[in-house]
Design a protein around this ligand. Structure first.
Ligand code: SF4
Length: 286
């Protein structure tokens, strides 16, 4: 069986930066250290960081102040002064591309546009973006939601950074009928686009795709959808332990791709585990 791995796997720039910042923060650190939420959507990386003494928080109430790392998804602007006031030292690892989306949303709002964010309302990145509009922006995730929007004078649009360009284009096309003036900022991240393109290309060549990444990672889920859109059998796994031998029965080739928050070592372990499946079993020595 031939195994194909996408050319550019591993952490994207923003995720790598946030992990590096977290490890740098805890080096020679004497105070407690925390991340606001899970630093990335990958349980194995979160567990590794926890072992070094960095705990993820979902509330600051009753927590002994220390260093608080803001993950690449960013936060709503009122959060940082509030945390500082409570005695936390902020290490802001918000991805610069997410910051751009936050700035555009804020600018649109200040210039009188009704802001629409295309993405998943519950995702922390989207929560941070709408926070920059004082929670005045509307979040939409599908075409049905567009039908319910009122027609307005000025409409401003930004996107969650991990959205697929095709979905964004389709939604923007429909939104054009909702206002006289429409301003669009394409805030989809280049790293996400190229990961999606490489996955699509690979999915065209094989019948089976293995997608490696956190079950809670939006961009990893999207890769699985894209692979299936090419008629591939596709399985999303977090680690090699989830691989099932029967997936590979009668398959001459398999493609492996991974979300932008999946570390190299997990991906390479998966590739090795698939290779091991096709190795002939050693005969026991007599
Ligand atoms: S996917 Fe893009 S926007 Fe998100 S963290 Fe990575 S580089 Fe930043």
């Amino acid at each position: 069986m031939r195994i194909f791995l996408i050319p550019n796997y591993g952490f994207c720039f923003g995720v790598k930066r946030s992990i590096d910042m977290a490890y740098h923060t805890i080096k020679n650190n004497k105070t407690p250290a925390y991340t606001w939420g899970h630093i990335i959507h990958n349980p194995q990386v979160v567990a590794q960081l926890e072992k070094t003494g960095v705990s993820p928080l979902d509330s600051l109430k009753g927590i002994k102040p220390g260093k608080l790392i803001i993950r690449s998804h960013g936060v709503s602007p009122e959060f940082i002064p509030k945390a500082k006031k409570m005695g936390f030292e902020i290490i802001d690892a918000t991805c610069p591309f997410v910051q751009k989306a936050q700035e555009y949303a804020k600018r649109l709002c200040n210039e009188g546009y009704n802001v629409v964010v295309i993405g998943a309302a519950e995702h922390p990145e989207v929560q941070g973006i709408i926070g920059h509009t004082n929670f005045r922006a509307t979040v939409i995730n599908d075409l049905k939601a567009i039908a319910k929007l009122p027609r307005v004078q000025k409409l401003g649009i930004v996107s969650q950074t991990t959205l697929s360009p095709e979905i964004f284009a389709e939604m923007v096309g429909k939104l054009l009928s909702k206002a006289e003036e429409v301003r669009v900022y394409n805030t989809i991240c280049r790293a996400v686009i190229s990961r999606q393109q490489e996955t699509l290309e690979l999915a065209k060549k094989v019948k089976l795709m293995i997608i490696v990444g956190g079950k809670n990672s939006a961009n990893t889920k999207r890769l699985a959808e894209l692979a299936r859109s090419q008629g591939c059998e596709a399985y999303q796994i977090e680690t090699k332990s989830e691989i099932k031998k029967q997936w590979f029965k009668n398959k001459l080739s398999v493609g492996v791709t991974a979300g932008t928050s999946t570390p190299d070592w997990i991906i390479l372990e998966v590739v090795q585990a698939i290779k091991n499946l096709s190795l002939p079993k050693k005969k026991p020595r007599k």
